[in-house]
Write a protein that binds this ligand. Structure first.
Ligand SMILES: NC(=O)c1ccc[n+]([C@@H]2O[C@H](COP(=O)([O-])OP(=O)(O)OC[C@H]3O[C@@H](n4cnc5c(N)ncnc54)[C@H](OP(=O)(O)O)[C@@H]3O)[C@@H](O)[C@H]2O)c1
Length: 329
């Protein structure tokens, strides 16, 4: 198949391209940077420059590529400064998930492509009541925290638009394994605390496993939504100390809910205490997918062992200084 990958140069795209090439697919991969385009070429893809927010440019690029399938992996999550306002942090990604998805789907229609796979997200989206692990059929959160409503709506838009067009939306877990993973520094600096009882559940996925499921989804007839997550959804109080250990960091701090709300906002409190995880049963059953890293327990170690500095615990006065800086910024 000729596969057009929008966002081929990103964390998931660069894992996906070689897996597609290995299976004999021809890949046309997008990037807006000449340097990343060269990297895509080295991975075996034919690079094209594309801004997904340029609708006529998207149509032109897809018409020229004449693909059999389209994959949408474009987000704008590199070098983020997480603020208390989740929607502001995700504003550009939300546009890529709404306008970008619509532009790609329109281009797909124009070339008669109905094989379409797009990136969505599993964790923190379903209703915060009942079971702690949810399937694709469980209701989405009807009342997300105020500062996360636009981001939730953008993901909902993507899933509805893609499945209405006969495509597949993959609700990935939280990615790990990228060198630019935005969690690494806060966890290393002990700036990512366990909030309240740390009961909020996250579902994780190693980037190589996410890419493998995407390859399988391309061979599957839509429409459909699949959780692409590992076998062990887990509360923050379990996974965060393991991640800290894998990164060679000291143990995470604990914040009461009120303090976390003050410094990090309501979305962080909800994620840390109420969020639900996701089940991968459907992806295993219908896509025939098996994660190589069934649990983040082994996956974190495999992904980060080469990056962990020699173990050290910082002196208490330095921690106090960091806390002062955090609270004053
Ligand atoms: N499920 C998850 O947990 C999840 C999901 C996504 C990302 N992340 C994390 O976020 C971090 C950053 O992700 P990333 O390295 O993939 O970077 P990113 O900035 O999110 O970029 C992802 C891809 O989207 C493309 N893109 C961005 N804006 C675009 C636009 N306007 N038009 C077309 N393409 C556009 C980028 O291409 P260009 O070369 O053109 O910039 C890149 O290929 C990583 O640590 C990653 O693991 C996590």
């Amino acid at each position: 198949m000729r596969v057009f990958v929008a966002g081929a140069s990103g964390a998931i795209g660069t894992r996906l391209v070689p897996q597609l090439v290995d299976r004999g697919h021809e890949v046309i991969g997008t990037s807006r940077s000449a340097e990343k385009a060269e990297h895509l070429r080295a991975l075996g893809a034919e690079p094209v420059a594309l801004d997904l927010l340029d609708r006529s440019g998207v149509r032109r690029a897809v018409l020229e590529a004449a693909p059999d399938a389209i994959v949408h992996q474009a987000t704008a999550l590199a070098d983020l400064n997480f603020s208390r306002n989740f929607d502001r942090t995700f504003a550009m990604t939300n546009r890529l998930r709404t306008e970008g998805t619509d532009a790609l789907l329109a281009a797909a229609r124009a070339v008669g492509v109905d094989r379409f796979v797009a990136q969505s997200f599993a964790s923190f989206r379903t209703a915060r009541e009942g079971a702690w692990v949810k399937s694709e059929d469980d209701p989405l959160d009807p009342a997300p925290p105020a500062k996360a409503r636009e981001s939730n709506a953008a993901m909902r838009h993507l899933e509805e638009a893609v499945t209405n067009a006969g495509g597949i939306a993959l609700r990935y877990g939280v990615f790990y394994g990228a060198a630019n993973d935005g969690l690494i520094e806060p966890v290393r600096k002990r700036q990512y605390p366990i909030v309240g009882d740390g009961g909020g559940v996250a579902s994780w996925i190693h980037l190589d496993d996410a890419a493998a499921a995407t390859v399988l989804a391309l061979g599957h007839d839509g429409p459909g939504i699949f959780n692409v997550v590992d076998d062990e959804p887990a509360p923050v109080r379990e996974w965060l100390p393991v991640l800290a250990e894998a990164l060679g960091a000291g143990p995470p701090r604990r914040f009461p809910r009120w303090l976390a709300r003050l410094f990090a906002g309501e979305v962080a409190v909800v994620m840390g205490t109420e969020a639900r995880g996701a089940s991968n049963a459907k992806a295993k059953r219908e896509l025939g997918w098996q994660p190589r890293y069934p649990s983040w327990r082994d996956g974190f170690v495999a992904a980060y062992k080469s990056t962990a500095p020699a173990k050290r615990h910082r002196a208490e006065p330095r921690l106090k200084e960091e806390t002062r800086r955090e609270t004053s910024s």
